[in-house]
Design a binder for this molecule. Sequence first.
Ligand SMILES: NC(=O)c1ccc[n+]([C@@H]2O[C@H](COP(=O)([O-])OP(=O)(O)OC[C@H]3O[C@@H](n4cnc5c(N)ncnc54)[C@H](O)[C@@H]3O)[C@@H](O)[C@H]2O)c1
Length: 356
Amino acid sequence: MTILVTGGAGFIGSNFVIDWLESKDEPVINLDKLTYAGNLENLAGLQDDPRYAFVRGDIGDRPFIEILLQKHKPRALIHFAAESHVDRSIHGPDDFIQTNIVGTFNLLEAVRAYFSAMDEAGKSSFRFLHVSTDEVYGSLEVGAPAFSETHPYEPNSPYSASKASSDHLVRAYHHTYGLPVLTTNCSNNYGPYQFPEKLIPLMIVNALAGKSLPIYGDGMQIRDWLYVSDHCAAIRRVLDAGCLGETYNIGGWNEKPNREIVHAIIGLLDELRPRSDGISYGEQIATVADRPGHDRRYAIDASKIERELGWRPAETFVTGIRKTVLWYLEHPEWVGNVQSGAYRDWLEKNYAQRDK
Ligand SMILES: NC(=O)c1ccc[n+]([C@@H]2O[C@H](COP(=O)([O-])OP(=O)(O)OC[C@H]3O[C@@H](n4cnc5c(N)ncnc54)[C@H](O)[C@@H]3O)[C@@H](O)[C@H]2O)c1
């Protein structure tokens, strides 16, 4: 048995692949296009693991996906591949439409053909798990109840609109064609291997480099935060026991304004790696103009997955953020390679040699 993961060289995908092979013996095929967000260095530790294989390709390339499915015959597909950065979607939405909507559509079509040719035993065990976000639900007023799975879809950015669209396609393939799908909508993740364009790694990396710590507007945008290994465990649980066609919200029960996140990081850095001049990293905070259409609050009600599948996050924010800051402090080479762009040469350097 084998699973196929799309986007496994990205932040959550690479954590998932590592986590999967630590907890199971089942092989993983990682299909990734290696956009700027794909970093094979994250998976360097698996390079010689016979249970792991990397394939470079685009989810939008249907004939290629069809061949891949025929070759490896996965018993499940976990779909992480996406353009994922809201700011980038505001400056250039095209790639978001192509990958998140058209790419997911092509993937679904290839999987539909693969699934329909399976025998009954194969059909009954096959799963297509679509990884999505809480951002599809839109923005909440302070004090309003957290997003449940039945909250209306009200996406506000090109990113969230493209993810909402992919969620609808996945749902439709279940209802129309009987594809055995599962969808998860998760809150903001943080942890190792996150590209330093997102809030938490950006703050750590900028603080250490003596750069400013930019906070959008009043910094009171509220998000729910989940340590990435908890997200991976939740996906494994949904894959094992989720009800076909259902969606599951995944969250950390941990709503915090961005400003508080930044202060938590500053506190940890002041403790673990104090500035040589003895002044707090807080001095580097700079307020910048808010993002257009910035959602004020997301909050996830993750009680369904707890009630039905028995999953709850293992980490609190206090434990997860300390692990995260420590990971970035202990991996200056990873950070340096991402900042210099050297991570993009990793495939060339490490695989060219092996091909020979
Ligand atoms: N990061 C979060 O906080 C968060 C929260 C909830 C849900 N999600 C969802 O989880 C998934 C993974 O998020 P992430 O933060 O790891 O993203 P990421 O941007 O770090 O990684 C995305 C990966 O997908 C690959 N990719 C992009 N386009 C592709 C294509 N056309 N074909 C094949 N591969 C392609 C990239 O190379 C990269 O490796 C996304 O679907 C995202 O919407 C993310």
